[in-house]
Structures are given as C-alpha cells and as structure tokens.
Design a protein around this ligand. Structure first.
Ligand code: UT7
Length: 355
C-alpha cells in the first residue's frame, strides 16, 4: 500500500503532580509491591483540580506544533481522542480549537477509549489521503482523576497537601475500587500530521476491530441515556460513576487480540512481525505488554514501555510513547513502527507506519 500521510511532530504533557504507589496506599488498601508486581506501575501524574482534559490537550498540542515547526494558525483540522471530556457534551475538539485561538476549522471527537489513538490515526490518515486536511492536529488526552471516588480530604492526602490519616470507613470505600484507581494517570499526547510525497514513509495500514458483546467487562454503569435521569445522586452514592472493570477478562482479551492485530496489519502491508523495528503497545499493564511481546516473539529492544512512569493514560499512552521514542532516537527515519491497543467497547487494533 502506498503511504500518503505521516507524522511531522509530537509532544506530550502530564498532570502537575507526580503520585507514587505509596501515596495511593494512603487512601486505599494497596501497596507499592502489589501495584508493581501486578502492573509494573511505579508512579503516575494527576492534575490539580481545575485542570481539564482540554487544557492537557492544548499543552500537548503546543509541544507537537513546536516539534513540527508548524504554527497553530496553519492547522486545518483537529481530531481529539478522549473518554474523559471536560463536559458530557460537547466533545473536547471544539474547546481545544478555541483555546488554541483558532476559528471554524473542523474539530472531531473520537471515543474509542484505550484504542482511541489507533482508531483516530485511521481517521486522520483517511482525511489526509482524501485531501480534506493538510496539517492535522491529532491529540489523545485524558483526566482519570474525575473517576476516582476520593473525598476532598482523600485528595489532599494523595496530592501531598495533608499528612492526615483518612477515616477507615473512607479507606474501605476507596478500596472497593483499588484494582482500578491504582492503574490510571492524567496526561495528553499529540501529533501533527500531513500528506507526504515520499511513498516510502507514513502510515501503511490498519487492522481495527470492535466487539460489543462484552461491554460490561469495562464500562461506566452510570451517566448515560440508558437511565432517566442520565445521572443521579443514587448512582453517585453507589459508586456507579467509577468504571466497572473485570480486570482478568480485559487482560485475557488484550494478550490475545493485540498480537492478532499486529500480525494482521503486517500481513495486510505485505510484511511480517520480524520486520518491525519497534512495537508501541497501549500502556494498560506492563504484564499485558510482556504477554503481547511473548506472543509475537519480539526481543526487548523492539517493544517500548513507559507505564512504569505514567500509569495507563488511555488515549494518551501511544502518542506519549511515540514522542519519547522519537526524542530518544529509538525511532529513526525508515523504521517500521507498529502501534497496537485494546480497550473498552471492546475496540482494538493496530496501525503500521514507516517513519
Ligand atoms: O486499558 C484497558 C484498561 N484496563 C486494563 O487493561 C486492565 C487489565 N487487567 C489488569 O491490569 C489486571 O487484571 C489488574 C491489575 C486490574 C488486576 O490484577 P490481577 O492479577 O488480575 O488481580 P486480581 O483482580 O485477580 O486480584 C488478585 C487479588 C485480589 O485479592 P484476593 O481475592 O486474591 O484476596 C484482589 O482483591 O488482588 C487484590 N487486589 C489488590 N490488592 C492490593 C486488587 N487490586 C488490588 C490493589 N492492591 N490495588
């Protein structure tokens, strides 16, 4: 397949506060040992209250624009992937547009959760190939802290503003969600994309899939129009604003479907996994990445992981990892790079790119 779109620059930002596993253990019944062993995560960043997903998205966008040598006014299309928009509606795209000082260019929202970046990349590629965009800004941004069930006092403790012991009853409540809250962080990653005349560079293909039958293994059982009203005090008190996650089911799907998608996208592009220079898996759990690596029989130097430092930042993990690899020289011109992810929906898939 001929390549028509490529990435010209990238950048990322995180929430303001670095939060260790020990900080998390102050508000729920967990430990550094458990979190590291089961997920590989050592720390994550949380935003201060008042910072919204659109703010992180704009921060990442500015860095990507600088990196690409493109001015904000040159951008002709915005695509934002997030499952944690500032408001229930509208999406974040138009807020990012306004905060960048832009007017009337199209701004599109993608909501494919942990596969948001891979899905959005396909949309961005298609828009560019169809001549609908020449300088497209694509951002993956998330703030997960809004899901977390901590009280104001709990937040003061987690964010290092207080040394107080939180009440045992509150710790017990928070611990109901401990398998979830320890995994996530707040961050955004962005790329600037455009057409290329070089047929040897750019996005080579996609292998995307969805399967709705297991929705309840990972979803938010509230704040939706399946309910009347769509959000209620009862839902909040029952903790239904926090995602439900059957971790084992998600884990098993991830280590099965992600390698399949990588093989599929390579085959579609007439290449094989052995030709890959680098695999960037969505960062959900280091053990998932290791399982995917093992299934694909890839050596350590061909798989990039940074979940240890950021936790799972959903739509932001892949652009953050890509930016780190670019800046560290782990991705060079001509390298064959594969992005792969799986998440709520379920949606999963892989994208193949020649840098
Ligand atoms: O991007 C998509 C988003 N989600 C994912 O990708 C999640 C994929 N799944 C996972 O990452 C893992 O399944 C988890 C990290 C969520 C959980 O790891 P696990 O090895 O599957 O643990 P488990 O759920 O089977 O729980 C094992 C034990 C349980 O205790 P008992 O019943 O054996 O006494 C849990 O209650 O670990 C307990 N546990 C915890 N202990 C300390 C669960 N969470 C915690 C915690 N700290 N944070």
């Amino acid at each position: 397949m001929q390549a028509y779109s490529r990435i010209y620059g990238s950048g990322f930002v995180t929430g303001e506060r670095k939060v260790s596993n020990a900080d998390m253990a102050k508000v729920c019944d967990t430990s550094d040992e458990w979190i590291r062993e089961r997920s590989g995560i050592q720390e994550r960043f949380f935003v201060n209250e008042g910072t919204a997903t659109s703010d992180l998205a704009v921060g990442a966008a500015k860095k990507a624009l600088d990196d690409a040598g493109v001015k904000a006014e040159e951008i002709d299309y915005i695509v934002v992937a997030t499952m944690t928009p500032d408001y229930y509606f509208p999406g974040v795209g138009s807020l990012v547009q306004a905060k960048l000082g832009l007017t009337s260019i199209p701004a599109l929202d993608i909501r494919q959760q942990c596969s948001g970046f891979v899905y959005g990349l396909q949309v961005a590629d298609a828009l560019i190939r169809a001549g609908q965009a020449k300088k497209l800004l694509f951002i993956g941004a998330e703030i997960h802290t809004g899901f977390m069930p901590f009280s104001k006092q709990g937040w003061d403790v987690v964010m290092g503003r207080s040394d107080a012991e939180i009440p045992q009853s509150e710790k017990e409540w928070n611990s109901k969600f401990r398998h979830l809250v320890v995994l996530f962080g707040d961050a955004a990653g962005a790329v600037v994309m455009g057409p290329t005349d070089d047929p040897k560079r750019g996005l080579l293909g996609f292998a995307l899939h969805s399967e709705g039958k297991n929705v309840e293994a990972l979803y938010v059982p509230s704040a939706g129009f399946a309910y009347r009203p769509y959000f209620s005090d009862e839902h909040f008190k029952e903790g239904r604003g926090v995602p439900v996650m059957d971790g084992r089911t998600v884990f098993k799907m991830a280590v099965t479907k992600m390698p399949e998608a990588v093989h599929e996208v390579c085959a579609k592009a007439g290449t094989t996994v052995d030709d890959l220079h680098l695999l960037i898996p969505h960062q959900a759990n280091l053990r998932i990445s290791e399982g995917v690596q093992k299934a694909l029989k890839l050596p350590d130097e061909k798989v990039y992981n940074n979940i240890q430092r950021f936790g799972n930042t959903t739509a932001a993990t892949i652009p953050i990892a890509y930016d780190e690899c670019k800046k560290a020289g782990r991705i060079k011109q001509g390298d064959l790079v594969c992005f792969v992810g799986l998440g709520a929906g379920f949606h999963w898939g892989a994208a193949l790119m020649r840098e």
